[in-house]
Design a protein around this ligand. Structure first.
Ligand code: IFM
Length: 448
């Protein structure tokens, strides 16, 4: 045995609503910003949309069966806000709630624990029409949405994640504009980040009240250790700023009680408007932190790289995935140990980890994705190392259960441990899926 995990360790898989569901305009669902964005010419690399995607909205039973076949213990999925509240607030769409309620029942019947993410980027378009996350009111509408969902599912769902990767929402959606809603304004991005954090705190209160004493509530951040590209002082300073931009901007309000002072000073007039009670709401105790880890950031100073004069550089000789992300498992270990030591995070789940590769179905009807197996194997070993050093890591979720709509990249990047033929909707378990199933059965990685 190479790495045995603690008893009760949770092995899961993750997806998100817009990326897999399809059924974009069915059963009373309202439009989301991703419906609008993907239907706008030139926004998605292969000119596709999530209109059908994996058609999970109709094929969810089959997908639950596949999870059962693999022995998956927990399934992290997100709720499409606009299925529940087509206008983002006000009138509730019962059919939307019914869909997720049936899914939760089927998971539980099959011994799979549901982990729900309330927001994985598909804001109702009606709320974007009121300014989206740049409008402070939306944080309060999010609290109301959390309450509607918790009232219906909170009797059965005990693991809740408020937001997925608020950095991506704020910066890629509102700062750089490569994601919906496609806004390019750095000051707005920081205001959005603040409202996302505020909405998180508001939802934590609601979920705790409605889901019972045994419910766990947390938030998922995309975190990446930041390394300087050289020993030059200006690169070291740029790496520190990038860490402030990506990691500390979210970790400090959540776990320390305010925004990092070096970044507050650096941002200057870009700083968001806040109200006196906000930090207390944002800093409400969480039961766990979800960590999405894919790679590290190697950073050099660059005067023109906005907003923090820092740019990512490639490392010579390193291995990269199809996303152009360096394979760097030690970074996962480094981040977990840091969260434990520096931020005293009480409990951690790795809510996403995985890799995109250009998979093919071979004539023997198999998908030999050894590189993904290697990627997962090395990262699981890194996670294990952190556990042996005392980090309270309680679970690990592969991104993703199946190939799906990879946002601005459309269907050009495959992250699944199950292959999806998007023409026929046929699913094929990849080698990595079979391998992961063994990991679950052994509760760890055995030497081969
Ligand atoms: O597909 C995304 C997911 O929606 C959020 N985290 C990163 C994944 C890979 O890019």
């Amino acid at each position: 045995m190479l790495a045995k995990f603690p008893d009760g360790f949770i092995w899961g898989v993750a997806t998100s609503s817009y990326q897999i569901e399809g059924g974009w305009n069915e059963d009373g669902k309202g439009l989301s910003i991703w419906d609008t964005f993907s239907h706008t010419k030139g926004k998605i690399l292969d000119n596709t949309t999530g209109d059908v995607s994996c058609d999970h909205y109709h094929r969810w039973r089959e997908d639950v069966e596949l999870m059962k076949e693999l022995g998956i213990m927990a399934y992290r999925f997100s709720i499409a806000w606009a299925r529940i509240l087509p206008d983002g607030k006000g009138k509730v769409n019962a059919k939307g709630l019914d869909f997720y309620s049936r899914l939760v029942d089927a998971l539980l019947e099959n011994g799979i624990t549901p982990f729900i993410t309330l927001y994985h980027w598909d804001l109702p378009q009606a709320l974007q029409d009121e300014g989206g996350w740049a409008n402070r009111d939306v944080a309060f509408y999010f609290g109301e949405y959390a309450s509607v969902v918790a009232k219906r599912l909170g009797d059965r769902v005990k693991h809740w994640i408020t937001h997925n990767e608020p950095w991506v929402v704020a910066w890629i959606g509102y700062g750089f504009g490569n994601h919906a809603p496609g806004i390019q304004n750095h000051k707005v991005a920081l205001q959005v980040a603040h409202h996302l954090l505020l909405s998180h705190g508001l939802a934590v209160e609601v979920l705790r009240d409605l889901c019972g004493y045994n419910a766990e509530v947390g938030i998922t951040l995309n975190l990446s250790p930041v390394h300087s590209a050289s020993d030059r002082e200006e690169d070291i300073a740029a790496a520190k700023r990038h860490d402030g931009f990506l990691n500390r901007w979210f970790l400090e309000p959540l776990f320390v009680g305010g925004y990092p002072s070096d970044m507050v000073e650096f941002y200057g007039e870009l700083m968001p408007k806040t109200q006196p009670a906000d930090m207390a709401i944002i800093g409400k105790r969480v039961d766990f932190l979800g960590v999405n880890y894919y790679s590290r950031s190697v950073i050099a100073h660059n005067e023109d790289s906005k907003p923090v004069k820092a740019m990512g550089v490639k490392v010579e000789g390193a291995e990269y995935t199809e996303m152009g992300w360096e394979v760097y498992p030690d970074g996962l270990y480094e981040m977990l140990v840091r969260l434990d030591g520096e931020y005293r995070v009480p409990k951690i789940y790795i809510t996403e980890n995985g890799a995109a590769y250009a998979d093919e179905v071979l004539p023997d009807e198999r998908v030999h994705d050894e590189r993904r197996v290697n990627y997962l194997r090395q990262h699981i070993l890194a996670a294990h190392r952190a556990i042996t050093e005392g980090v309270n890591l309680a679970g690990y979720f592969v991104w993703s259960l199946m190939d799906n709509f990879e946002w601005a990249y459309g269907y050009t990047k495959r992250f699944g441990i199950i292959f999806v033929d998007f023409e026929t909707q046929r699913r094929i378990i990849k080698e990595s899926g079979h391998w992961y199933s063994q990991v679950i059965r052994n509760n760890g990685i055995i030497a081969i």
